[in-house]
Design a protein around this ligand. Structure first.
Ligand SMILES: [Zn+2]
Length: 340
C-alpha cells in the first residue's frame, strides 16, 4: 500500500481517520507491505497484508486469521495498547453477530471463491488480464468495453478514480498507466493477489473492502467506474449512497453492466449455483431507483452503435440500436450535482 492512499481511505464502520503502524516502509519510504491501520475514532484495527489494506466490516472478517496476523507482526506494541486492541476484538466479534446484511451469503461466497473452484485453469486468465490467449473474441470485448467506458469518466491527469469490483485489477492498472490515480476495490482477496502477481512492483492503490461499507472519505473522488461489477452487489441503493458521499460535485459514475436477461443466461445460472455469487442485471429504470433521493442527476444510458455510410439517416429506434450495438454491455452515466 502506498502511503498516499491514507489520504483517501477511512474506517468502514465510522468513517474515522486511520493511523498506520508498521515495522518499516519499502520502496524508498513510500510503500507499506505489512502493518496495522487503527481508527482514531472507534479504535477498530485492520491489517495491511502483502501491500493491501483489508478494510472489511466486522461481520465479513476472518477474525482467527486477523488475530494470528496481529500477533505475528512483531510491532513492539505497548502492552497497554495491545490490551485495548484485544478488548476491541471481543467487542467487534460480538457486534458482528448483530449486523443485518441480507447479501451476506453472496459476499461470503465471493470472499471464499478459491475453496469452491476445482478447475485448475479457473484463475488462469487473471495472470494475463485483459488478454486471454485462448479467447480472442472475449479479449476484444473487454478492451472495447473499457475503451468506451473510460471517456465517460472525463478523466484528467492525477484524478482519483474509484474502480469498484476491480477483480484482477487490469482496469485499475490501465487507469494508472493513463496517468490517473485509481483506487481498485474488491471484496475477494484471491483476485487482488493474482493482480499483484501479474503487475509486479508497479501496482496501483488496491483495497479489500465491501462496497456497501465503503471505506473511502467523503468528496475525495473525481469519478467512479463499475466495470461489470455493480450487478454482483446485493444492496445497490446503499452502495449508490456511498458513491454519492465519496464523489466530488460534477463527478461521474459510470456503470458498464449486463441487462435484465443476464440472470437467466446459462453461464450466470451456473455461476450462481456453483459458486453462490449474485448475477443480476439491471434496466435504466432500476438504475434510476438506485439513485433516488441522492444529489445525483437522472442516470443516462449511452449507446455505442455500428453504423455504415449506407445506414445514415436511419431512425434510431430501440430495435435499431439493439441490433447495431458495438458493445456487449449497457453503459450508464450518473453525474453528481450540488443540490437535488
Ligand atoms: Zn472507526
Amino acid at each position: 500500500m502506498r502511503k498516499t492512499l491514507l489520504n483517501y481511505i477511512c474506517c468502514p464502520f465510522c468513517h474515522g481517520t486511520l493511523d498506520c503502524m508498521t515495522r518499516g516502509y519499502e520502496n524508498g519510504g513510500k510503500s507499506i507491505q505489512e502493518g496495522l491501520l487503527i481508527c482514531q475514532k472507534c479504535k477498530r484495527w485492520f491489517p495491511v497484508r502483502n501491500y493491501i489494506p483489508e478494510l472489511l466490516p466486522d461481520h465479513l472478517r476472518n477474525w482467527e486469521t486477523d488475530e494470528k496476523f496481529l500477533y505475528s507482526l512483531d510491532l513492539n506494541i505497548e502492552k497497554k495498547i495491545l490490551k485495548k486492541i484485544k478488548k476491541k476484538i471481543k467487542h467487534c466479534r460480538k457486534n458482528a453477530l448483530k449486523i443485518k446484511d441480507s447479501g451476506v451469503s453472496y459476499k461470503k461466497s465471493e470472499i471464499s471463491i478459491k475453496k469452491k473452484v476445482s478447475d485448475p485453469n479457473f484463475f488462469g486468465p487473471g495472470y494475463f488480464s485483459p488478454f486471454n490467449p485462448g479467447n480472442t473474441d472475449f479479449t476484444m470485448q473487454l478492451i472495447r468495453r473499457f475503451g468506451n467506458a473510460v471517456p465517460l469518466l472525463n478523466p484528467k491527469q492525477h484524478d482519483i478514480i474509484l474502480d469498484v469490483g476491480c477483480g484482477y485489477s487490469w482496469t485499475t492498472e490501465w487507469l494508472m498507466k493513463m496517468g490517473t490515480e485509481p483506487i481498485g476495490i474488491d471484496i475477494c482477496r484471491t483476485y487482488l493477489d493474482i493482480g499483484i502477481e501479474r503487475m509486479g512492483k508497479n501496482i496501483p492503490h488496491l483495497i479489500l473492502a465491501d462496497t456497501e461499507n465503503l471505506p473511502v472519505k467523503k468528496k475525495c473522488v473525481d469519478a467512479i467506474l463499475c466495470y461489470d461489477a455493480f450487478h454482483h452487489i446485493p444492496d445497490r441503493k446503499k452502495t449508490m449512497g456511498h458513491f454519492n458521499r465519496t464523489l466530488k460535485i460534477n463527478g461521474n459514475i459510470v456503470l458498464t453492466e449486463p441487462g435484465l436477461d443476464h440472470e437467466a443466461a446459462a453461464p450466470s445460472q451456473e455461476a450462481m449455483k456453483k459458486y453462490g455469487i449474485l448475477e443480476k442485471g439491471m434496466s435504466l429504470s432500476e438504475v434510476k431507483d438506485y439513485c433516488e433521493n441522492l444529489t445525483l442527476l437522472k442516470p443516462q444510458q449511452y449507446f455505442i452503435i455500428k453504423v455504415t455510410s449506407s445506414e445514415q439517416e436511419k431512425i434510431l429506434t430501440p430495435q435499431y440500436i439493439h441490433s447495431h450495438s458495438f458493445i456487449d454491455t449497457q453503459l450508464f452515466v450518473i453525474k453528481k450535482i450540488s443540490k437535488p
